[in-house]
Design a protein around this ligand. Structure first.
Ligand SMILES: Cc1ncc(COP(=O)(O)O)c(C=O)c1O
Length: 426
C-alpha cells in the first residue's frame, strides 16, 4: 500500500525563477518539417549528408568495418584511456597534420573528444584557464553553437565579431575582416577560424588570403583556434581541406589549437567522434598543456566513447580501407557539387531575378543563399525549410526535388521584389 498525504500539497519549486531558454532553431525546424503533412516538402536545414533518395547514408567503408569489428574476437567494451583510443588519436593527427615529422609530432598534444562540439568546448575551457584571453574574435556569422560554447566554457572571454560575409555580393568580405582585426584586435586575443567549408556561409578564404591572415596573427600575436569540421568533405581531398591549418603550422612561429570532427566526413554524427589538438612551441609546453587537458577531460567526461573511434582508426590505419573511404568522400562532396550546379541551372532556366553564381562558388555543406528572412518564411509556406539566415543545407536537394525547390524560390523572389546579390545583377 502506498503512502498518501491527507492534506493537499502546495506545489512550488526552487526553479521557478528560471527564464525559459530559447530552443535550438535548427532542431526546432526539423520537428516542424517532420510534422508537415505536405506530400512535397524539402528539408535544407541541418548539416547532415543525405543521399539521392533524401535518406541518411552509412558510408560503405564504415559498414564494412562495423562488420569486422563485430566479428573481431578482441573487441570489448572496456574504458578507454582518458586521452582516448591511442590508434584513433594517432590517425586523427596524421589525417589533420599530414603525417607530421618527428620534430613536429613532439610539439603536438592530442586527445579524443565528444566530437567537434566537445573539442571546441574543451579548447574553450582550456584556453580560458591557461591563457586568460580577454577576447575571442569570431566570424560574423559563425556556427551558432560557437557563441553558446564560449558563453558556458569561457564566460569571461568577450566575444567580438569580425566581418566575414558581404551581403551585397554573397561573398567574402576579406578587406572588412582584415581591417577590423588590424585596427581592433589586441595581442593575446584568440581568433576562431573555420579550417574549410565555413559554416554557415560556405565561403572560404583563398590560399593567398589565408597567408595574409597568418601574417596578421603573427604580427598582432593573435592565437588561432581552428575548427575543422569538414576535412575531405568540402573538396573531396583531405589534404586540400587541411591546407590552411598546415600552412599556419609550416610558418614555425605560431602556436595554435584545432578542434576536429569526424561527424561529416565519416557520416558518424551520432557516434560523437572528434579530437582536440594543441601545437605548442616545444615538447615541454606540449606535455604540460596535455596534462591540463587530461585533467579537464577526467572531470568532464572521464574518458571518451570507443565505438566510433574504433571505426575511424580501423579505416585510417588500413591503406585499402582508407582509399575506399576517400572514394566515399568523393561521392558525398561530388553529389553536393552536382546539386549546387543543378539548383543554379534551374534558377537560370527560370530567369529568377538576382545573381545566383554564389551557389556554385560556395563550398562544402552549406550555401548562404542570400534569401531574406521574409523570403525564407514564404518558402516555408511552400513546404521548403531553410534557416531564416538564408542558409541552405545543399545535401537536402536531390534530382527529384531540385526543380521544385528552384520553382518555389523563383516564386517567392518574384513575389517579394527583392533579389539576392543585386550588386552583381546590375
Ligand atoms: C563549424 C562546425 N564546428 C563544429 C561542428 C560540430 O559538429 P559535431 O559535434 O557533430 O562534430 C559543426 C557541426 O555542424 C560545425 O558546423
Amino acid at each position: 500500500m502506498g503512502y498518501t498525504r491527507e492534506e493537499p500539497v502546495e506545489r512550488t519549486s526552487l526553479f521557478n525563477h528560471l527564464e525559459t531558454m530559447p530552443g535550438d532553431p535548427i532542431f526546432g525546424l526539423m520537428t516542424q518539417y517532420a510534422k508537415d503533412p505536405a506530400e512535397f516538402k524539402a528539408s535544407l536545414t541541418i548539416g547532415v549528408y543525405r543521399d539521392e533518395e533524401g535518406k541518411p547514408w552509412v558510408l560503405p567503408t564504415v559498414k564494412k568495418v562495423e562488420k569486422m569489428i563485430a566479428e573481431d574476437a578482441a573487441t570489448n567494451h572496456e574504458y578507454l584511456p582518458m586521452e582516448g583510443l591511442p590508434a584513433f588519436v594517432k590517425a586523427a593527427q596524421d589525417l589533420l597534420f599530414g603525417n607530421p615529422s618527428a620534430a613536429l609530432s613532439s610539439r603536438i598534444g592530442s586527445l579524443q573528444t565528444i566530437s567537434g562540439t566537445g573539442a571546441v568546448h574543451l579548447g574553450a575551457r582550456f584556453l580560458n584557464d591557461s591563457l586568460h584571453p580577454k577576447r575571442i574574435w569570431v566570424s560574423d556569422p559563425t556556427w551558432g553553437n560557437h557563441h553558446a560554447i564560449f558563453d558556458i566554457a569561457a564566460p569571461e572571454v568577450e566575444q567580438k565579431l569580425y566581418p566575414y560575409y558581404d551581403a551585397e555580393t554573397c561573398s567574402l568580405n576579406f578587406s572588412g575582416m582584415m581591417k577590423t582585426l588590424e585596427e581592433e584586435a589586441q595581442a593575446g586575443d584568440l581568433i576562431l577560424l573555420h579550417a574549410c567549408a565555413h559554416n554557415p556561409t560556405g565561403i572560404d578564404p583563398t590560399k593567398e588570403q589565408w597567408k595574409q591572415i597568418a601574417d596578421l596573427c603573427e604580427k598582432k600575436k593573435l592565437f588561432p583556434f581552428f575548427d575543422s569540421a569538414y576535412q575531405g568533405f568540402a573538396s573531396g581531398d583531405v589534404d586540400e581541406d587541411a591546407w590552411a591549418v598546415r600552412h599556419f603550422i609550416s610558418r614555425g612561429t605560431l602556436e595554435l589549437v584545432v578542434a576536429q570532427s569526424f561527424s561529416k566526413n565519416f557520416g558518424l554524427y551520432g557516434q560523437r567522434v572528434g579530437a582536440f589538438h594543441i601545437v605548442a612551441g616545444d615538447e615541454q609546453a606540449r606535455d604540460k598543456a596535455l596534462s591540463h587537458l587530461i585533467y579537464l577531460q577526467r572531470a568532464e567526461i572521464s574518458n571518451p566513447p570507443v565505438y566510433g573511434a574504433r571505426i575511424v582508426a580501423w579505416i585510417l590505419q588500413t591503406p585499402e580501407l582508407k582509399a575506399e573511404w576517400e572514394q566515399d568522400l568523393l561521392i558525398m562532396s561530388g553529389r553536393i557539387k552536382t546539386m549546387r550546379a543543378a539548383l543554379y541551372a534551374e534558377l537560370q532556366k527560370l530567369q529568377t531575378p538576382g545573381s545566383w553564381e554564389h551557389i556554385v562558388n560556395q563550398n562544402g555543406m552549406f550555401s548562404y543563399t542570400g534569401l531574406s528572412e521574409k523570403q525564407v518564411l514564404a518558402l516555408r509556406k511552400e513546404h521548403i525549410y531553410l534557416l531564416t539566415s538564408g542558409r541552405a543545407s545543399i545535401s537536402g536537394l536531390n534530382r527529384d526535388n531540385v526543380a521544385l525547390v528552384a520553382k518555389a524560390i523563383d516564386k517567392v523572389v518574384r513575389a517579394s521584389g527583392d533579389a539576392p546579390a543585386p550588386a552583381i545583377t546590375a
